[in-house]
Design a protein around this ligand. Structure first.
Ligand code: DGP
Length: 113
């Protein structure tokens, strides 16, 4: 049984505020926003984390990044934004389904960690 929260958001059994969807990816607002705009972009395929990206599944990651310019523009992020990926325990990844945070809507602080 798949108890992945993001798989359940993808299949609609957990509701979300969707921003963008196509056959490969979904973007939705983070339930615990850390910036005025905080959106998550996920592949529909369950990939646990950045550490599991391979030649075989990397196309969806490229697809996400090709969609980010239009998604961010649709969110009004015309003056820049930050893309964050947390990976594994030391990276404080809490949901084990690959996702990229899009943060913006204000001048973010300059710290990475
Ligand atoms: P990370 O710590 O990088 O694994 O980020 C996981 C993010 O997922 C965190 O910012 C909160 C968000 N999140 C967790 N559960 C849900 C949920 O059920 N719905 C939505 N929209 N976001 C969630």
């Amino acid at each position: 049984m798949n108890d992945c929260i993001f798989c359940k958001i993808i299949d609609g059994s957990i509701p979300s505020k969707k921003v963008y969807e196509d056959e490969k990816i979904l973007a939705f607002h983070d339930v615990q926003p850390q910036a005025p705009v905080h959106v998550l972009i996920v592949p529909k395929e369950h990939i646990c984390c950045a550490d599991a990206i391979t030649e075989d599944n990397a196309a969806v990651v490229a697809h996400i990044f090709t969609k980010i310019p239009a998604i961010t523009k649709s969110l009004g992020l015309t003056n820049g934004y930050r893309i964050v990926n947390n990976c594994g325990d030391d990276g404080c990844q809490s949901v084990k389904h690959l996702h990229f945070h899009i943060l913006g809507g204000t001048q973010l602080n300059g710290q990475m960690a």
